[in-house]
Design a protein around this ligand. Structure first.
Ligand code: G3P
Ligand code: MG
Length: 251
């Protein structure tokens, strides 16, 4: 299997991250999957935004959890990136799943519950995925191992992924395995052939973030990672094509 190209927050170098234009561009580029981040509003609506606060990616300020979805929708989530995107709004998970529903894209929803423990986030997200009948085609990831355990308790069939961005020593694969995660999502700097081999041995899918340079892409393809999260899906697709045609063949 070749390494899957997953658009990180959509095509987030070309359009404001986690917005419909960014997802649309990723789809048009031919990305095979989309990664996006989920937080919860004051009225318990799952919305797609990376930070706990809206300051960096909108014209507003304050915490997502202190606004209702209707209030959040009033902010501009595109103008900060480029004024041609002014008027682009924050979208709900529901808006996104509607957009996704006629597209054969792999989905990775990252539950942003490592800083704020949003109550019932797992239950709410799983209900939405069930409603759209795409729970089986989705990986649910989190930096919070307790959230992974809660998801596995709810339904052991859920494809859960443990996210790792800090050095935890050599035990990350064991940690993922012990909490029942089926995948491990790591920061690029932790990728080694040994870690990739350990994952294969334990039957754990390995995906790597954030992979934007050709050098990093080549390393991920060489180690046969399951997938890469990239802000540049069009570049990654082109590069993978070239890489596949130049890789030494084994007879
Ligand atoms: O899910 C992979 C990656 O998105 C995790 O880090 O901070 O970009 O959400 P972050
Ligand atoms: Mg993310």
């Amino acid at each position: 299997m070749q390494t899957m190209i997953i658009a990180h927050r959509g095509a987030s170098k070309q359009a404001p991250e986690n917005t419909l234009p960014a997802f649309d561009l990723a789809w048009q580029a031919g990305a095979e999957g989309i990664e996006t981040d989920v937080q919860l509003t004051k009225d318990h609506v799952p919305v797609l935004i990376h930070d706990e606060r809206i300051n960096r990616t909108t014209n507003g300020s304050g915490y997502v959890k202190d606004y209702t979805f209707n209030e959040l929708k009033q902010f501009d989530a595109g103008g900060w990136f480029d004024k041609s995107f002014s008027g682009t709004g924050i979208i709900s998970l529901d808006d996104f799943l509607n957009w996704l529903s006629d597209k054969p894209l792999y989905l990775n929803l990252e539950l942003k519950n490592n800083k704020i423990e949003y109550k019932d986030l797992e239950v709410i997200v799983v209900e939405h995925l069930n409603h759209y009948r795409i729970l089986n085609d989705t990986t649910l990831s989190s930096f919070n191992p307790h959230s992974i355990e809660r998801l596995n308790q709810m339904n052991p069939e859920i494809d859960t992924a443990l996210l790792v961005s800090k050095k935890r020593g050599a035990d990350v694969v064991q940690k993922a395995h012990s909490i029942g995660a089926k995948s491990l999502h790591i920061k690029y700097k932790f990728l080694t052939p040994a870690l990739a081999a350990q994952c294969r041995q334990k039957n754990i899918a390995l995906r790597v973030f954030t992979v934007n340079s050709s050098r990093r892409m080549a390393h991920c393809f060489q180690t046969a990672c399951t997938g890469i999260f990239t802000d540049l899906p069009d570049k990654a697709l082109q590069f993978r094509h070239v890489f596949n045609n130049h890789a030494p063949r084994h007879h």
